[in-house]
Write a protein that binds this ligand. Structure first.
Ligand SMILES: *Cc1c(COP(=O)(O)O)cnc(C)c1O
Length: 376
């Protein structure tokens, strides 16, 4: 059996080597390393894939979130609501911009921000909501957009983990995650569903004025060369990364499909087990692209199971072991433990198994049997 990896980028690369290498070679031959035609081409390709008017490439996903927020007219002290159960980048940029993060609990079933939690957290100072499409599962954007409309709030989607997933609406329509709020942000970190071979990120919006503003912010606040109208940053996707992404974007749907197929096989093995809660997703649906395959282990020794798997050479991980409200940098006297019952429960129960595009049946069988043998 091939060695099991949490994310197997090497096997994936081996299959696409020729196209990726040719794409990188073109950049080397044309010597346009920054803001060259490959970056522009990727921007167009991604706009078409996402069906969004504007894609603004940038240096990484954290920058994308920060720049997205810089483009909105938010002022220090404005409250920005986000999920307690996510990667720290989401809350970090809110704090960096001197906005006030307001963490709220998540939903036990989809692990995304709780709609009731948002409602309770809204105050006259609230200006924005940052939903995270966690682990590849689309958040409930219909409810979030309704609340945003009702309270006149911006919505900034953190789509670092769910590129290609669809959000569904009650009228039967669907749109790609990241393109529904006022602005969306994603990351092309190598292990993400669409990963480059270094750092990369992008911002999406359908708003022409905001897109113009963001294009200036990523480039030192310049709209006319050497005229700096706003305080900007330097955040660029380099051409070599864009070339990798141009080669990989046409495969994204296939990759997300492979992830969903692996998730179905895991789910089939664990379904109905009294100590395992499998991720909930519509088997024919496309609202979950499984950036992570995350189980809840209930009434059992989750950490013992993790060690058992590691001892057998099966990588696995706890995303995330500490709620953001308990992190030193984000402590806030306003929070009470009773505000976060679900996040506090999830950090004790979650376990993410290997999830990538190259998992084969033999590996999945070995992983599921190893889990079941410990929990029997
Ligand atoms: C990866 C990630 C980011 C940050 O992306 P980088 O490219 O690593 O800066 C932000 N939010 C979430 C939810 C992520 O998973």
């Amino acid at each position: 059996m091939k060695k099991i990896q949490m994310v197997d980028l090497k096997s994936q690369y081996d299959k696409i080597k020729d196209t990726v290498n040719a794409s990188i070679q073109e950049v080397l031959e044309t010597n346009t390393y920054i803001n060259g035609p490959h970056v522009h081409q990727f921007q167009k390709n991604l706009e078409e894939y996402l069906d969004v008017k504007h894609v603004i490439p940038c240096a990484n996903g954290t920058d994308a979130l920060q720049i997205a927020m810089m483009g909105l007219d938010l002022k220090p002290g404005d409250e920005v609501i986000t999920a307690d159960f996510t990667f720290a980048a989401t809350v970090e940029v809110i704090a960096l911009l001197q906005l006030t993060p307001v963490l709220v609990d998540v939903d036990l079933v989809n692990m995304n921000i709780s709609i009731e939690g948002i409602k309770k957290a809204i105050t006259p100072k609230t200006r924005a909501i940052v939903p995270v499409h966690l682990f590849g599962r689309a958040a409930n954007m219909e409810a979030i957009m309704q609340l945003a409309k009702e309270y006149n709030l911006y919505v900034i989607e953190d789509n670092a983990q769910a590129i290609g997933a669809y959000c569904k609406f009650s009228d039967g329509s669907k749109k790609k995650a990241g393109t529904i709020g006022h602005v969306g942000a994603t990351s092309f970190f190598p292990s993400k569903n669409l990963g480059c071979y270094g750092d990369g990120g992008a911002i999406f919006t359908n708003d022409n004025d905001l897109a113009h503003k963001l294009r200036g912010i990523v480039n030192h606040g310049m709209y006319v060369r050497y005229h700096h109208d706003v305080v900007g940053v330097n955040s660029r996707l380099d051409s070599i990364q864009a070339a990798v992404l141009n080669a990989k974007l046409p495969l994204l749907d296939e990759y997300n499909h492979a992830r969903r197929e692996a998730a179905k096989k895991y789910n089939a093995a664990f379904n109905g087990h009294s100590k395992i809660v499998i991720p909930d997703f519509d088997l024919n649906g496309d609202d979950h692209v499984f950036h992570q395959y995350t189980l809840r282990i209930i009434d059992a020794d989750r950490d013992g199971l993790m060690q058992h798997l590691l001892d057998k050479g099966i990588p696995c991980a706890i995303y995330y072991p500490i709620p953001l409200h308990s992190q030193k940098a984000y402590l806030d006297a306003r929070y009470k433990e009773s505000d976060f019952p679900v996040t506090n429960q999830l950090v004790e129960e979650v376990l993410s198994l290997p999830m990538h595009t190259e998992l084969d049946d033999e590996q999945i069988q070995f992983i599921t049997e190893s889990v079941l043998e410990f929990l029997k």
